[in-house]
Design a protein around this ligand. Structure first.
Ligand SMILES: [Fe+2]
Length: 470
């Protein structure tokens, strides 16, 4: 097949719009009422300056409002301090994940997480804290925005003494709405502070602090009923390297194969930590974790090493070269009796950006992972996949010239089964240079409807659906 230019998904989109009524093909289910909000790096140049990495671009919020089987689309830049400063100065004014704009000694303080504020360019995920909806990146500086107008309001702040410079954009939540996450505190002696943020309080409860001389780049973690499954990738740095190395954030980390991947099982109530070392691998995303018969089971997407991070530089992505865009979905099983580890490949398909029926199956045995997949080697993420983790059965959605993003599962109210619902995915049609919201039946990945957006939406990472009146 001709390889269309998916690099369109990495071309800046500067056009904001509001409540554009979308043309619909097919029929949106009547029960699907609510708002899909996604964030994505959307502006890759400021003046003559260019961001270097996909994770660097200035964030734009994208909203699909679905009501009475119709849909509207709005998009607006997140007005972070980083965004406002860049526009005011006409150049990149703050360090990001893979770009450091340092020009002189004074500007060196404005790196990814240092300076008066760490970066607040929330281009990675949408997280709801209490009643506040925020757009986040990997610093503890989430930006609150108005779900109706997409206006940026300010920062979400916890009110306690826990400190740290890095935090994941994938916290977990239990059935009572309590949030679990961690902070990496970078100091002479560094720590990972694992915490619980109660649903009704801005004061977090510290569960455990794990000391480390070298701290790891970590993007997400797993959670069972009783444990936080916290993995240290062997992509690490020391505080001294962070302070003195004149490099962008992620380039200060080194791959240390011999360190292996370190698994910490942190008991949520007692704070006890059990640590196990396994062979080195790199992971961005966990899919799910649970306890069964005295074992901790966790599913995650892994890579042999961290070269995926280098592949995601914009020059590489725009080159349309054969590329590595997805990893392998593995199941790890650890015995809580003797810490032995077993692993099993759940699918041969290269996949990324996994989602599940989170509200129903989080911390429980489950059946389905939905993910973006790469079917044609080198063709970026060119399909959506549903994986039955018990049987390995795969269901695929694919369309020539189309590049889908993260599949967000939305359950049908009072749904009868784990996969009773729809998948929402923003897809780039590279042949037309525009994007559409694809709505699939989650049971068979058959198309129910698509809504055409009159412009392209840059490739992003994550988003959330907020059901009307939920
Ligand atoms: Fe992520």
């Amino acid at each position: 097949m001709e390889n269309p230019n998916y690099s369109y998904g990495f071309k800046s989109q500067n056009n904001e719009c509001s409540d554009v009524k979308l043309k619909i093909t097919g029929a949106i289910p009547g029960w699907l009422q609510g708002t899909l909000i996604r964030t994505a790096p959307s502006k890759f140049e400021v003046g003559r300056d260019k961001y270097k990495h996909w994770f660097d671009g200035l964030a734009m919020l994208h909203k699909f409002e679905i009501k009475d089987q119709e849909a509207t689309y709005s998009c607006k830049f997140l007005e972070s301090e980083v965004y406002k400063k860049a526009l005011k100065k006409g150049r990149i004014a703050h360090g990001e994940f893979g770009t450091d704009p340092c020009r002189d000694l004074f500007q060196k303080v404005f790196s990814f997480f240092k300076g008066p504020t760490p970066t607040d360019n929330g281009c990675v995920n949408i997280i709801k804290y209490g009643e506040e909806v925020t757009s986040c990146t990997e610093t503890p500086n989430p930006k609150i925005f108005d779900l109706d107008t997409l206006e940026t309001r300010g920062n979400y702040r916890f009110e306690d003494k826990l400190r740290g410079q890095l935090t994941p954009v994938h916290p977990h939540m239990d059935n009572e709405g309590n949030i679990y996450s961690y902070l990496t505190e970078i100091a002479y002696k560094s720590f990972y502070h694992i915490y619980e943020a109660p649903a009704d309080s801005k004061e977090r409860r510290l569960i455990a602090s794990i000391p480390t001389k070298e701290f790891a780049y970590i993007h997400s973690f797993g959670m069972t009923e009783n444990y936080v499954v916290f993995l240290e990738n062997p992509l690490v740095a020391t505080p001294l390297e962070f302070r003195f190395k004149d490099k962008p954030f992620i380039e200060k980390f080194k791959w240390k194969e011999d360190r292996g991947t370190i698994i910490h099982l942190v008991h949520k109530n007692s704070g006890e930590v059990s640590t196990i070392k396994t062979d080195a691998f790199f992971c961005f995303h966990h899919a799910n974790a649970f306890e069964q018969d005295g074992e901790i089971v966790f599913d995650l997407i892994t890579y042999e090493d961290a070269s995926i991070v280098s592949f995601l530089y914009l020059d590489e992505l725009r080159a349309n070269n054969p590329s590595l865009a997805a990893g392998q979905l593995w199941r790890y099983t650890i015995s809580t009796f003797d810490n032995t580890i077993e692993k099993k490949l759940l699918t041969e398909l290269p996949v990324e950006l996994p989602r599940t029926n989170y509200e129903s199956i989080n911390t429980k045995p489950y059946q389905y992972v939905y993910a973006a997949a790469n079917l044609e080697p080198g063709n970026f993420l060119d399909a959506l996949a549903k994986i039955d983790v018990n049987t390995g059965a795969e269901t695929i959605w694919q369309e020539e010239g189309c590049y889908p993003g993260e599949p967000v599962f939305v359950p049908r109210p009072s749904g009868a089964s784990e996969d009773d619902g729809v998948i929402l995915s923003v897809v780039l049609n590279a042949r037309k240079g525009t994007s559409f919201l694809l709505i699939l039946n989650a049971q068979n990945l058959q198309e129910l409807a698509r809504t055409e957006v009159p412009q392209h939406i840059t490739f992003g990472f994550h988003g959330q659906f907020f059901a009307l009146n939920s």
